[in-house]
Ligand binder design. Structure first.
Ligand code: G4P
Length: 527
């Protein structure tokens, strides 16, 4: 086997999707502990920031090095090189999360057993469904008096439009939580609330569910209930089919309590068993397979250094095919220029280290002084453009106005950098050439103001505009498109890639417009 095939077969690149508070931070920490990447709990700082103000938020980001160190966490587990990509907890930064999801091959969905499927989980699941990304589900907080497991599975199927396939089953829950029966491995793992990494949980091997050892282990009442429930579960849910999981048709489900280290080992054990290695990626011209000899990579995220003395940035590149080598001359496709990385870094646990080689599925950090934009591609010369880095139609619009005329250069440069980083989208009005900033959540506007001031010494004023929505318009019917463009001239804008955008100020009018121009496509996302 070639070095490339051998390495890429080991890679497991995934992200956790969940609603804030479901336990993403806790489970990340436990995964890192099991992976031997960190040695004590509390090393991964809480990322919850939903109730914080912007300055708290920015300060917090600064304190933890704007999460560069936790943006990607790498570790080895049972022969697989795991790469866990972090996603921002706050809904206002969803675009960053969407882009991160384009760089993974599978996802882990964490659900709170008390709250069930929550709003953000739903949105994120729509994205994974769109890309047919395989998802494993972990139902957390089984030590609390939560909802019935069957009810939770029903909710997953109904709300997330994906078939559930339980691979473990809880024995009791809340105060009565005794452990899980692993359907995947046919054994019982008993819950020990004081479980640490040193004292492994008690495992009772049971090959036949009617074995009296089960009654001895968990008592007759719970054993009877478990048998009944398992009979029902096996009747209702199909047997696990790995292909169906890889096609994102079913989601295998595990139960546990992350804070108590419970069910996490079973989860990660199964994950390394079934989660996919790097998958092929689509480009505008062809499908790129990870085992191709020639290297290709995609910049999916750019992170600024919040230290105002260093205006450099880190561009995150996912290797999509071939072997990436340090100091080798590659092509930066957008500019056509040669690109060489002198100090590419890999992210291992919480450290960054300079690497000489990287393989498909790896995420590396490239020091950037303004070369990169999100969506940029590096190759060995081929002109490729990977598709699927989504732009989502924003819902908040403002005209960004420079408050200090002496700083207009800094202001323009800052705004350009921030939009390149994907902090906000920028639209240029066709009629007035005005620059309109579009964001998904209000916190993004505050971040722009804060960063312009802090990093570029420029002050920004936001002037409200009447728009409430935007979408990308296209059509093969030139006549209808012309008619539309004439009529809605004052509502038209171009995005940064010169695509036509229609901005509307009234939902009703928008609905009418769609009916009036049936040959036009009004898209809320754009590649
Ligand atoms: P997030 O990153 O998804 O936002 O969630 P996080 O891990 O920070 O967990 C949210 C809260 O849920 C935390 O409590 C955490 O301790 C708790 N939690 C996580 N897993 C479990 C579990 O299995 N069982 C129970 N009962 N609780 C769990 P907190 O009080 O908000 O914060 P902290 O003081 O514990 O840090």
């Amino acid at each position: 086997m070639s070095e490339l095939t051998e390495e890429l077969n080991k890679r497991l690149t995934f992200a956790i999707i969940s609603h804030p508070d479901a336990g993403k931070t806790t489970i990340t920490e436990k995964l890192l502990l099991f992976g031997g990447a960190i040695h004590m709990a509390g090393a991964v700082k809480s990322k919850r920031n939903s109730t914080k103000t912007t300055s708290d938020f920015m300060k917090m980001e600064q304190e933890r090095g704007i999460s560069i160190s936790t943006s990607v966490m790498g570790f080895d587990y049972k022969g697989r090189e795991v790469r866990l990509l972090d996603t921002p907890g706050h809904a206002d930064f969803s675009e960053d999360t969407y882009r991160t999801l384009t760089a993974v091959d599978s996802a882990l969905m964490v659900i709170d057993s008390v709250k069930g499927v929550e709003e953000r989980t739903k949105t994120l699941c729509e994205i994974t469904a769109m890309r047919a990304t395989p998802v494993i589900t972990y139902i957390n907080k089984m030590d609390r008096e939560g909802r019935e497991p069957i009810e939770l599975l029903d909710e997953i199927e109904e709300e997330l439009k994906i078939k559930a396939c339980p691979l473990s089953w809880p024995i009791g829950q809340g105060q009565q939580f005794k452990g899980v029966y692993s359907i995947y491995e046919n054994r019982i793992i008993l819950f020990n609330p004081r479980e640490t990494l040193d004292t492994s949980s008690e495992v009772v091997e049971i090959t036949d569910i009617n074995d009296s050892a089960l009654d001895d282990a968990i008592g007759e009442t719970l054993a009877k209930r478990l048998r009944e429930e398992l009979e029902l579960v096996c009747g209702v849910y199909p047997e696990f089919d790995k292909d169906e999981y890889l096609k994102a048709k079913i989601t295998p489900v595990f139960f546990g309590s992350a804070i108590n280290n419970f069910g996490v080992r079973e989860l990660i054990d199964s994950m390394v068993d079934i989660a996919p290695e790097p998958l092929p990626r689509a480009t505008e011209s062809r499908i790129v397979s990870p085992d191709e000899d020639k290297f290709t990579g995609l910049i999916f995220k750019i992170h600024a250094n919040l230290n105002p003395r260093h205006r450099d940035r880190i561009a995150f590149m996912r290797i999509n095919s071939g072997i990436f080598e340090r100091n080798k001359a590659y092509t930066h496709v957008r500019s056509g220029k040669t690109y060489k990385a002198a100090n590419p870094t890999a992210f291992m646990a919480q450290d960054r280290e300079i690497i000489d080689k990287a393989f498909p599925g790896d995420i590396i950090g490239l020091h950037d002084t303004g070369t990169f934009k999100i969506g940029d591609v590096i190759t060995e010369g081929e002109k490729l453009q990977f598709t699927g880095i989504p732009n989502f139609a924003p819902s908040i619009f403002r005209i960004a106005q420079n408050k200090d005329p002496l700083k207009s250069k800094q202001f323009d440069q800052g705004l350009q950098h921030l939009t390149e980083e994907g902090v906000a989208q920028v639209f240029y009005k066709v009629s007035t050439k005005e620059r309109i900033i579009g964001v998904v959540g209000p916190l993004q506007l505050e971040v722009i103001q804060y960063r312009l001031d802090n990093e570029y010494k420029a002050k920004c004023n936001f002037i409200p505009v009447e728009y409430i929505g935007a979408c990308w318009v296209s059509s093969s019917n030139k006549e209808q498109l012309n008619k539309f463009e004439k009529f809605f001239y004052s509502h038209l804008a171009k995005d940064k890639t010169d695509k036509l955008v229609y901005m509307y100020s009234n939902k009703w009018v928008f609905e009418r417009t769609k009916e009036e121009y049936p040959e036009l496509t009004f898209a809320t996302t754009s590649d």
